[in-house]
Ligand binder design. Structure first.
Ligand code: UDP
Ligand code: GLC
Length: 381
């Protein structure tokens, strides 16, 4: 069994971090997850009995649009972190960088510690998502120092190659999920619906951190164009400090007079139950979503899902067969699908049933973990 030093920049549990829990678990007896920030992600790793250490107490701002070095403020921050990672890495067989800042630190450390580097790419390296400098740094470090780049979708792989990344480094491996977690108890769901005042409503759930490109505002616009029994649940928090956007959403809801039809639930840990309590899950990213865990989770819960037609979402959904797609940003089209689902529940139930069957096969965490194990052992044994 390989000894792996996993690195992740975030202290908070975003999709890349939740994916890392599943990837690190099979290696937990001999591995370590090093984080560049403290927070609830550390606790989640501990609950999963995955050894974890916070490697720096200096906060590294996580801004996708600034240059990495500006984000770090100064070399004063970065050098001690690299030195620490080099020392730790000597006790492991390889470094597995799970985020972009982890790639920067991990790549330099892999050079000095003489350990191979794996980069798990959870991002679309396009101009919508990242500055030219950030893309250049990521692609060049990966090209020169990584032995393998695992892309979380074909969309991420394609963007990496278009940004100048070496194709032969890349392998696409989707996120894995444990289907059992998404099987819920009907009486629990009914109770939750009662607690949240959802009985008799047509509930559209949005499960994502509150962030402009996740497009919660598109769903609010669509709600204003949907029949009155439609209600929206916004599940998720502004994980990376996007408080202005939260204020903007509240303003938009007030202006449209939708206060009684939108509920903000904040960050929740009972995603399967909440998804099962919804009639439809909406994914509304305005830029291409790299993968979109929430889309697969909705499928596993048996709730119909609509997603914006870009990036990884297009690899997950075959429209009309296992879900719905709409043009990113087109709230009118989204409202039409919401209304159609409300009136044709039988049709959307069939679609959700197909989606569930497909998702159980295609994204089963044990198959996905096997793909990763095979890839790593073929390269590093
Ligand atoms: N999530 C959660 N609680 C919340 C909102 C979201 O646990 O309140 C989870 C969600 O179930 C999903 C992940 O956060 O597994 C978000 O991953 P996704 O790939 O959809 O988007 P990301 O935020 O990583 O871009
Ligand atoms: C990132 C991406 C998201 C993806 C997740 C897991 O957070 O934004 O689309 O699902 O990683 O790979």
């Amino acid at each position: 069994m390989l000894k792996i030093l996993f690195l992740d920049q975030s202290g908070k549990p975003g999709g890349a971090e939740l994916c890392l829990i599943d990837i690190a678990k099979p290696y937990r007896d001999r591995s370590l997850v090093g984080l560049f920030a403290d927070g609830s992600f550390k606790t989640l790793l501990q609950e999963n009995k995955i050894p974890v250490e916070v490697l720096t107490n200096q906060s590294i701002s996580v801004k996708k649009d600034s240059s990495f070095f500006l984000g770090l403020n100064s070399l004063k921050q970065i050098i001690p972190l690299i030195i620490k990672v080099v020392k730790i890495a000597r006790g492991y067989d390889l470094i597995y960088a799970n985020t972009q800042k982890a790639l920067v630190i991990g790549a330099i450390a892999s050079f000095f510690a003489r350990r191979p580097l794996v980069y798990h790419l959870h991002d679309i390296l396009s101009k919508e998502h990242f500055s030219l400098t950030n893309r250049w740094i990521a692609v060049n470090l990966a090209n020169h120092l990584a032995s393998v780049v695992i892309a979380n979708s074909q969309a991420s792989q394609t963007a990496f190659i278009e940004a100048g990344g070496r194709k032969e480094l890349t392998t696409v491996i989707y996120n894995g999920f444990e289907p059992k977690i998404y099987q819920t108890d009907e009486s629990d769901i009914r109770q939750l619906q009662q607690e949240l005042g959802l009985v008799g409503k047509f509930v559209v759930g949005h499960f994502s951190r509150l962030s402009p490109w996740k497009g919660q505002h598109i769903l609010i616009d669509a709600l204003a164009q949907s029949p009155p029994q439609v209600t929206v649940l916004l599940v998720g928090d502004a994980l990376f400090g996007e408080q202005d956007y939260v204020q903007q959403l509240h303003r938009q809801i007030r202006v449209l007079g939708l206060e009684k039809r939108v509920k903000f639930l904040g960050f929740r840990s009972d995603i399967p139950q909440l998804m099962a309590a919804c009639d439809l899950v909406a994914h509304t990213s305005t830029f291409a979503e790299p993968f979109g865990r929430v889309i697969v989770e909705a499928m596993l819960c048996g709730t119909p899902v609509i997603a914006s037609k870009a990036g990884g979402a297009m690899e997950l959904i075959k429209p009309g067969i296992n879900g719905f797609l709409f043009q990113p940003g087109d709230s009118q089209e989204l409202a039409q699908v919401i209304t159609a689902c409300l009136h044709q529940r039988h049709n959307s139930a069939t679609i959700a049933h197909n989606a569930r069957k497909m998702a159980i096969q295609r994204f089963n965490v044990s198959n996905i973990n096997q793909q990763i194990a095979q890839l790593l052992s073929s390269k590093f044994r």
